[in-house]
Design a protein around this ligand. Structure first.
Ligand SMILES: [Zn+2]
Length: 205
C-alpha cells in the first residue's frame, strides 16, 4: 500500500493520514483529502444553514435514546478533553472576573443581554454572541472581541478566525462592518428583517 495518495479535489499528493477512512474504497480511504472535505462541509453548512441546524435538531428529538447513547459514549471517550475544557472555561471566567474593571464586565453583559433581548423578537433567526477571534485561537472574552451574529451565520463561521470568515462566510463582511452596539444591531435588524421591525424598535436597554 503506497504511503501517500493524490486528492481528487485539490490534486495534491498527501500522506494517507490526511485522508478520512472509507470502507467501500479499494484503498480504504476517501478520494478527497480531509482539508478539502472540511472545506466542502463548511460550504454546505453555509449554503444550508437552517437546514443543517434543523436536521440535527430534528434527529436528536426523534432519536432520544440514540442521542443519549452518543452523548454518553462521547463523554466516556473524551472525559479528559471535556474536563480540560471545563477547567479551561472556569479559568477564563475567573481571569475575566479578576482582570477586568466593572465597566468592562458591564460591557460584556450588555452584549449578551442585547443578543438575548433582540432574539426574543426574531422568530427563527436569533442572535448569538460570537467571539470575533475564537478563544481557542487567542481571542479574548472582552467586549472588543464580541459581536452579534445571526445564529445561522455563527454556525457557518464555526471555528474560523475573523479574517477567514470575511473571505468564506456569505454576508459576514457586510454584517461585521462596525463595532457591536445595541443601535447597530437594531439598525441592521431593520434592514435584514424588515418584517420584525415594529417589535425591535420598541426595545430599550
Ligand atoms: Zn484535497
Amino acid at each position: 500500500m503506497p504511503s501517500s495518495k493524490t486528492c481528487s479535489k485539490c490534486k495534491a499528493e498527501k500522506a494517507r493520514e490526511k485522508f478520512g477512512k472509507h470502507k467501500l474504497m479499494a484503498d480504504g480511504l476517501r478520494s478527497v483529502c480531509m482539508e478539502c472535505n472540511r472545506e466542502y462541509n463548511r460550504k454546505y453548512r453555509a449554503a444550508n444553514q437552517q437546514r443543517t441546524v434543523n436536521y440535527g435538531r430534528a434527529w436528536r428529538v426523534s432519536h432520544p435514546e440514540k442521542e443519549l447513547k452518543y452523548r454518553r459514549r462521547y463523554r466516556a471517550g473524551n472525559l479528559e478533553k471535556i474536563l480540560a475544557k471545563n477547567a479551561n472555561r472556569r479559568a477564563r471566567v475567573r481571569k475575566l472576573a479578576s482582570a477586568t474593571t466593572p465597566e468592562e464586565r458591564d460591557a460584556v453583559r450588555e452584549i449578551y443581554a442585547t443578543a438575548a433581548l433582540v432574539s426574543q423578537f426574531m422568530d427563527g433567526q436569533p442572535f448569538h454572541v460570537d467571539h470575533r477571534q475564537p478563544i481557542a485561537r487567542g481571542g479574548s472574552s472582552l467586549a472588543d472581541n464580541l459581536q452579534h451574529l445571526p445564529a445561522s451565520m455563527n454556525l457557518a463561521k464555526h471555528d474560523l478566525s475573523h479574517e477567514e470568515a470575511l473571505e468564506r462566510v456569505p454576508g459576514y463582511r457586510e454584517w461585521t462592518d462596525g463595532p457591536p452596539t445595541f443601535h447597530q444591531v437594531t439598525w441592521r435588524t431593520f434592514h435584514k428583517w424588515k418584517g420584525s421591525i415594529n417589535a425591535t424598535v420598541e426595545l430599550h436597554i
